[in-house]
Design a protein around this ligand. Structure first.
Ligand code: UT7
Length: 335
């Protein structure tokens, strides 16, 4: 799916993020599986990640992010009429985490649902919210992206344990006077889905039900390097922009080598690329909002900046969005 904004100005007016307190270093993981800080740093660029405490579930991590996004936008929860939560690790299948969060926040006027699109969930969710806002069905949306992947990691599988972390981010989306989203591209390849899966998590019966994440790293690596480039190029062409115009490039934070590959192929300067996989690992749906927050904190996400974001992950899925950043009213024009 590919499309442009069609003259409608809808942007992000609030951004908030939250990660669990517990920092897990590579050395700590090396006490559980046969790995080393050296291997993890060299192959992934990940130095540490955050992991939820015992008993901490998705909404415990996502709610502080949602509250921060609402405060950043200067809106009350009651003014939200749509809440989408992108996640593969909801508190439980139902009630949905979005409905639970809407209730806790006091977003009593909001339609609320969870969205499953693997690590691309956040990008899929902002495209959905855009569609609802552009059609006039929704006036103000809260999009939450977050995961507690530590809850589905196999602590005996070194090939996955070292890659992932927990975290969440949220954005408020609504009509804006300047800037806003320009174009989107989304895709899915279920044929490759077998390379990153959680079988045994749904209604299909398996001989050996599996409740832990399983991944063929090499295949996902090939997929990731391909779609990060093709999706970014497609959305730029759709939006009538060039790579040279991109001020802030926000790729999914899965692996520093994958990001470096995309940066090289696309020709985006490193200083315009947001990288925080070293501190957070791959946080799935939390990845892009966490990276946006870092870009804002370091001053790159200034008003009017052209932002290119691309996610990819389980499904297999991918998605890109192109937007001109609109500084939120409470951030003093900083971003
Ligand atoms: O949101 C999307 C989610 N996933 C991704 O984006 C992941 C994409 N894939 C990757 O990032 C990389 O493929 C990995 C980081 C998972 C693996 O890196 P690689 O350079 O592709 O390594 P490899 O799979 O080719 O494995 C090389 C060796 C193997 O040993 P042998 O067979 O050569 O003896 C692995 O068993 O490294 C071994 N290995 C490890 N060694 C130490 C795999 N994981 C580890 C580990 N520590 N944690």
């Amino acid at each position: 799916m590919i499309g442009s904004a069609n003259g409608q100005r809808i942007g992000i007016t609030g951004l908030g993020v939250h990660v669990p307190e517990r920092i897990v270093t590579n050395d700590e993981l090396a006490r559980h599986v046969d790995t080393s800080d050296e291997w993890i740093m060299e192959r992934t660029g990940i130095r540490e990640r955050r992991m939820a405490a015992d008993g901490e579930a998705l909404t415990d991590i996502a709610l502080p992010a949602a509250r921060a996004a609402l405060a950043d936008a200067g809106v009350e929860a009651g003014e939200i009429d749509l809440l989408i939560s992108a996640t593969v690790t909801p508190d439980m299948m139902f009630p949905t985490s979005s409905a639970l969060m809407a209730d806790t926040l006091g977003a009593s006027n909001a339609a609320a649902y969870d969205l499953l699109a693997g690590c691309t969930g956040f990008v899929y969710a902002i495209v959905q919210a855009y569609g609802m806002l552009a059609s006039g069905l929704s006036r103000r949306a809260l999009v939450v992206g977050g995961d507690v992947l530590s809850s589905i990691l196999d602590w005996e599988d070194r090939s996955t344990l070292v890659l992932f972390g927990d975290g969440a981010g949220a954005v408020v989306m609504e009509p804006v006077e300047r800037g806003g989203f320009l174009a989107f591209e989304l895709g899915a390849d279920g044929g490759g889905g077998v390379h990153l899966q959680l079988p045994g998590s749904g209604s299909r019966k398996f001989e050996r039900p599996e409740s832990m994440l399983r991944m063929n790293g090499r295949e996902v690596y090939k997929f990731a390097t391909r779609v990060l480039v093709s999706s970014a190029e497609a959305v730029l062409a759709e939006g009538g922009r060039t790579v040279g115009e991109v001020d802030v490039y926000v790729p999914h934070q899965a692996n520093k080598r994958i990001i470096d590959h995309a940066v090289g192929k696309l020709g985006v300067p490193h200083e315009r690329t947001v990288v925080n996989v070293d501190r957070f690992g791959n946080t799935s749906s939390g990845s892009i909002p966490l990276a946006l927050a870092d870009a804002r904190a370091d001053g790159r996400l200034r008003d009017g900046a052209l932002v290119l974001m691309t996610g990819m992950g389980a499904g297999l899925t991918w998605g890109s969005a192109l937007l001109e950043w609109t500084a939120s009213p409470t951030s003093g024009g900083r971003g």
